[in-house]
Design a protein around this ligand. Sequence first.
Ligand code: COA
Ligand code: MG
Length: 282
Amino acid sequence: MDIDARPYRSVLYIPGSKERALDKARQLPADAIIFDLEDAVTPDAKEAARETLAAALAQGGFGARARIVRINALDTDWGAADVAALKDADIDAFLLPKVNSAADVQALADLVEDVPIWAMIETPMGVLNAAEIAAHPRLTGFVSGTNDLAKELNCRHRADRLPMQVALQTILLAARAHDVIAIDGVYNQFKDDEGLRAECEQGRDLGFDGKTLIHPAQIEVTNTAFSPSQEEIELAQRQIAAFEEVQRTGQGVAVVDGKIVENLHVDTARKILAMASSVAAL
Ligand code: COA
Ligand code: MG
């Protein structure tokens, strides 16, 4: 599947050092996996994690799941070695943490020729420069790093994420302006399904393609929240049918359930149906 056409509803972090979790991932219904060499791996375990991860990727078995490797930033002691160890692995993208500018993306682009690059947007400077970062020709995905961002902003965690809204929407605006995938941040209380569901709904309402996850127990709720619902699918089908009907009489506006349907609404309806069929095809 083309990396841009596949669903990215559930994007699960797995510490590159955890062999058992890496093995388990081959069976989990996550759309994508972020194999982490950065913050989920302690400094003394970095080297071993690199080797464990390279071996797991060489062994394969991850099926249709997108494989994304989060390396350490290139200004750390580990970044360049992470790239060297994984650049020939069978992966779909490198994820670069704490990206502040397009120059940070270019620094990775200079080290790897043809692997797509994703960026964590998780610093105030990264948010302010989101548009130039998204515009980089090698950049294909954004991941919101809401924990780092909260730390940097000195904001408080709130259920409605009010202190995050400007940053989240800036990430989305930049992503959509440059046709980049946009993934929401993690929900830390991994045993709280109701809280997760509410945050997924908010992320979906905002326009995110999916959410990053820390635990397999979060996958099902997230997949449901980011899949078109049966109601949305049926409405999309009725909108398309109604629009095609009025078009035959030379009109450009239909009415469905008391609301107008114009060609732009039909585009959205078709997008919903396309997403529903790519989910069904997984
Ligand atoms: N990916 C794949 N499998 C995972 C997993 C993950 N992120 N987190 C847990 N599992 C597996 C465990 O290996 C365990 O498998 P087993 O039953 O075969 O042994 C099973 O799921 C149940 O795990 P559980 O005991 O509930 O969790 P835990 O206490 O072992 O771990 C965390 C909890 C939060 C430490 C762990 O989920 C984790 O490390 N998550 C990722 C954190 C991360 O990557 N952070 C960086 C980005 S924010
Ligand atoms: Mg981070």
